[in-house]
Design a protein around this ligand. Sequence first.
Ligand code: WQD
Length: 333
Amino acid sequence: MKVLLTGGLGFIGSHTCVELLNDGYDVVVIDNLSNSKMTMIDKIKEITKKDFSFYNIDYRDRNALEEVFEKEKVEAVINFAGFKAVGESVKEPLMYYDNNVCGAICLLETMKKYNVKKFVFSSSATVYGNPDVVPITEEAKIGRATNPYGTTKLVIEYILDDLYKSDNTWDIVVLRYFNPIGAHESGLIGEEPNGIPNNLMPYVTRVAKGVLEKLSVFGNDYNTHDGTGVRDYIHVVDLAKGHIKAIEKLDKENKGFFVYNLGTGKGYSVLDIVNAFKEENNVDVPYVIAPRRPGDIDSCYSDPTKAKNELGFVARRTLKDMVRDSWNYQLKN
Ligand code: WQD
């Protein structure tokens, strides 16, 4: 089966590319390199000893996208492309709606034109907003994203729901990621955000390496076991394997619209992460308690039962694996 990955050189995309190649899939990657590097191509090939097609295009460029569909007999698409920095989305909402939403529409229209209707969408737990109840199931209310980034994910989910209702020959799986961290055990690929990291783990690894002076812990007065924010951190390799399960489902069954949380079902606080990182890697991570970050919520973690029952997906990697692999990547890059 030939799978097209948009944004396939990014953090999640590159790890999923590795897992697909390892499992014998043919892979086509498009990426506009706005938040990734060409060097990722050789690293993926080094890890898998497999080849794949790459096109340096923007998925909003309809002509370029159609050329790829003309040339490559794509059978399914995983859409990773999109901007994903929460803070940036608050400052540049139009840039986020254009890239994430208009891009997705351009992609889906092109898929429809070429009669490619197996689609996996990279969504996010942010669509749940500040949950009334944790752990969060897929039946929890959505529609209260706390920032434009999260709203772009929400809008695309609505688009996919309407698309399926208009034409039930589509086969769609929406994956709501919780907090992806870690890196491939080789240390060749990992999280490489542009500029100063917004997310916790890449910030921690840079403080540990001395690239950044100290970590600001955004608030310690949340309603959690130690006052710092709690999230459901999932190893990026587990997350990538969740996509393989989604593709297997699309390959086996036909026609449907499915939504799954991809998380571990465990919540860890900021200080749990920092302490685990320091202990496992025997390295210091200086930090200060700072004011809360606007838009942050107290606690968010998944109920992963549905993905286990329907996809056969269970996240296997532990918190130790996550902090060790994150540090290993930072040391090697
Ligand atoms: C985690 C915790 C912060 C940085 C967002 C998106 C989500 C996904 C991941 C793209 C929170 C605290 C963080 C720091 C800190 N995005 N923190 N100091 O906000 O849960 O989720 O990023 O894939 O869709 O919504 O992740 O890593 O930013 O924050 O104390 O310097 O770490 O307050 O409690 P978040 P995060």
